[in-house]
Design a protein around this ligand. Structure first.
Ligand SMILES: [Zn+2]
Length: 59
């Protein structure tokens, strides 16, 4: 898995509160669940459609 490319294609946030707000807004707009997770590669919070399994297991 190309972690660097994955980071660039996703949104990164410095503030967890902001990331949470964006995730909730995207879920409302699309009607699909979005998740907030801490990226081990760049150490920022990402909002993604699906939480990558290694991160989900570590949470
Ligand atoms: Zn990242």
């Amino acid at each position: 898995m190309d972690i660097d490319r994955g980071c660039r294609s996703k949104l990164a946030f410095f503030l967890k509160a902001e990331a949470k707000r964006v995730a909730q807004g995207m879920s409302r707009r699309t009607g699909e669940p979005f998740h907030l997770y801490r990226c081990p590669a760049c150490r920022h919070d990402h909002v993604g459609h699906v939480v990558p399994e290694p991160i989900r297991l570590a949470a």
